[in-house]
Design a protein around this ligand. Sequence first.
Ligand code: NAD
Length: 252
Amino acid sequence: MTDSTKVAVISGGASGIGRALAVAYARAGVASVIGYYPGDPHDPQAAVDEVTANGGRAVAVPADVRDSAAVDALVRTAVDTFGRLDIAVAGAGILRRAPLAELTDERWDEMLGVDLTGVLRVFRSAAAAIGPGGAMVAVSSIAGGVYGWDDHAHYAAAKAGVLGLVRSLGVELAPRGIRVNAVIPGLIETPQSLDAENSLGPDGLRAAARGIPTGRVGRAAEVAGVIRFLTSDEASYVTGQQLVVDGGLTTR
Ligand code: NAD
């Protein structure tokens, strides 16, 4: 199976890392089914158009990762439209600022429902459709393992949970020939990190760049390239792993 005959589903694919990944797949010949949050301000058709402009094939499907039936439909679309499914990337995520005193049960459940259980829903549904040689990747965060972040404990807990999920599923699905890995981005310029209310915002990113060994924040395409590698046959002996993509931020 070469990349040019593969089919991927990407949750949260209308913007940021997910959209950059659909474009990376387009260049590699991988067809994408782009799942998008129905309330997302970013037009999913723009992502499809960018894939087409890069010589690829894609369709966009509304898929709230809090809804198992919607995620099942996302996976079914891959099989119905392109005839198969080889790759699943759980990229959907939210980021909310919440100091401990404001971290209500509702806010905790909202975060875990999207950033952790949302990954489970994508993986569970996709694993039922993917055959041997397939691969799945979750997008965690440095906050989930190696970087404490005040006012974001629920985000950190969800992203740490993702790493446990990936490690165990990597082992569980290996006998079926399905690989499961995680990427751990550092500071990447996307709509999420540019949101000053919940993340660093443009000024915060500029200031933070000074503390990153490479002297700059990352681009969505730089994370997408690593995900593309992990889901390609070039990474055929890599499973249950976590790959940090942070310009050296947590290496110091
Ligand atoms: P982004 O906001 O552009 O992408 C997140 C996507 O998830 C959006 O398209 C959004 O609509 C979608 N989404 C949100 N809730 C959803 C839901 N319920 N169902 C389906 N989709 C939903 O930002 P991004 O930075 O590209 O984020 C992609 C992933 O990378 C996220 O999991 C994020 O936590 C993670 N991450 C980002 C950074 C960074 O610095 N940007 C760092 C570490 C990890």
